[in-house]
Write a protein that binds this ligand. Structure first.
Ligand SMILES: Cc1cc2nc3c(=O)[nH]c(=O)nc-3n(C[C@H](O)[C@H](O)[C@H](O)COP(=O)(O)OP(=O)(O)OC[C@H]3O[C@@H](n4cnc5c(N)ncnc54)[C@H](O)[C@@H]3O)c2cc1C
Length: 389
């Protein structure tokens, strides 16, 4: 069988692609893979630029493992099936008076896929998807199903909420939500140097601030989103002018197929890091036709979250699917390394296990717990093994 990710740049020839629509089917597929001595990888929407899903074994496609199982507006929690696309969460959550705290640039990922890689949006007070998880239901090798949270099986919970798909198949997630809200969007151009000089003011001024810088330009394309009590405007305006329920403003179309590298650096180093990237790109890659994107993420306490223990700035660089992305990405990575940058788990990077261990004090603990719950390495691949110290 043939599998490829969203961009088409990552391909694999799995033994089987099994479409699962409920937990019984997940358990059966995991048991069948075990009998066949095959590894298992869970597939969300296939939007990762890193070869996380690629395997010669079983791919469990969760596209039909969907639905909102319950919303407790008072407790501000929702339980959702793992394969549910983020785009399918907005309306049912709002019907219960609730909403996700934040979202990324697009909403086509599966919630479990976004959680498994620490996917994030922008906003200096807002944490990533993994940090919003309160509980998870996981199918382990052998078919055992375990509910875990901070009180019950806390170590499995820690690994399951940013798992890289490497500890089992998540079938349900309990996530933190807030009251439903509307956002108003604003976009403007401003000299990049001015934006960097007043970045603290800009990130504090609105709930979500980010900017894009296109190589060759002296200006940054800035975007802010702020909560509003104004009446939502439908049909939705163009990007840059929307005023609507949060999920309709947070989601964007990103249809140009690309590959991407993204690093998280301590927030205080964001401007210096961006300036170095700009100088390097203008000197060595003047023809790059893709922007850098600059965002903020609040600190969390997850063992391997890129925002673990530090308020964070993320900077990403892109290349077209037909470009050789490695020269630019390696040059960017060289700069990110100088700022103790941590690579996005779902995007391109060239870090070794030893380097990752130096970036995360709990890296070995994560592997220890992973190994305890999956001693036969059912959910590992050579790529993932390569990340071990
Ligand atoms: C156009 C585009 C825009 C993007 N925008 C952003 C952004 O704004 N912010 C950001 O942080 N990232 C962004 N990303 C990266 C993307 O959010 C992550 O790579 C995310 O993991 C993709 O989700 P997915 O559902 O496609 O997961 P997949 O790529 O299918 O899988 C990702 C990981 O999740 C695991 N997984 C999936 N389902 C399960 C399950 N049920 N149980 C256990 N493990 C599971 C997989 O095994 C794999 O390890 C973007 C990517 C693209 C292509």
């Amino acid at each position: 069988m043939h599998w490829s990710n969203w961009s088409g740049r990552i391909t694999a020839e799995p033994t089987e692609i099994v479409r699962v629509s409920d937990e019984f089917e997940v358990v059966a597929a995991v048991r069948r893979a075990a009998e066949a001595g095959q590894p298992v990888r869970s597939l969300g929407a296939g939007h990762s630029h890193a070869p996380l899903v690629a395997t010669s074994g079983f791919v469990l496609d969760t596209e039909a493992l969907v639905g909102v199982l319950g919303v407790d507006a008072d407790a501000r929690e929702a339980v959702v099936r793992a394969g549910t696309r983020i785009s399918a969460l907005g309306a049912p959550l709002r019907a219960a008076g609730t909403a996700l705290h934040n979202q990324g640039d697009i909403d086509t990922q599966a919630i479990a896929g976004a959680v498994a890689t620490g996917t994030h949006g922008t906003g200096s007070t807002l944490r990533n998807f993994s940090a919003s998880v309160i509980g998870a239901r996981v199918v382990l090798d052998g078919g055992e199903v375990i509910d875990c949270d901070a009180a019950s099986e806390p170590e499995l919970f820690e690994v399951a909420r940013l798992s890289l798909g490497a500890v089992g198949v998540v079938t349900e997630l309990r996530v933190s939500v807030r009251e439903a809200y509307k956002l108003e969007e604003r976009m403007w151009l401003e000299p990049l140097d001015d934006v960097l000089d007043r970045i603290d003011e800009l990130t504090r001024a609105t709930r979500h601030f980010e900017f894009f810088w296109m190589p060759g330009s002296a200006r940054a394309a800035c975007k802010s989103l702020d909560e509003t009590d104004a009446a939502p405007r439908y049909p939705l305006a163009e990007e840059g002018q929307r005023l609507a329920w949060s999920y309709d403003v947070l989601a964007n179309e990103r249809t140009d197929k690309h590959s991407e590298i993204e690093y998280s650096v301590p927030a205080e180093h964001g401007p210096a890091c961006l300036r170095e990237l700009r100088a390097m790109i203008e000197r060595d890659f003047p023809d790059v036709g893709w922007p850098l994107e600059y965002r903020t993420v609040a600190a969390d306490d997850l063992w391997i979250s890129t925002a673990s223990g530090r308020p964070t700035v993320t900077v990403s660089a892109h290349q077209g699917v037909d470009d050789d992305d490695e020269p630019l990405f390696r040059a960017c990575e060289g700069i990110f390394r100088r700022y103790a940058g941590r690579p996005h788990w779902g995007k391109v990077h060239y870090q070794s296990g030893a380097e990752l261990a130096s970036l995360y004090p709990r890296w070995r603990d994560w592997w220890k717990v992973r190994d305890r719950f999956d001693p036969k390495g059912r959910f590992l691949t050579p790529y993932l093994e390569g990340l071990r110290e």
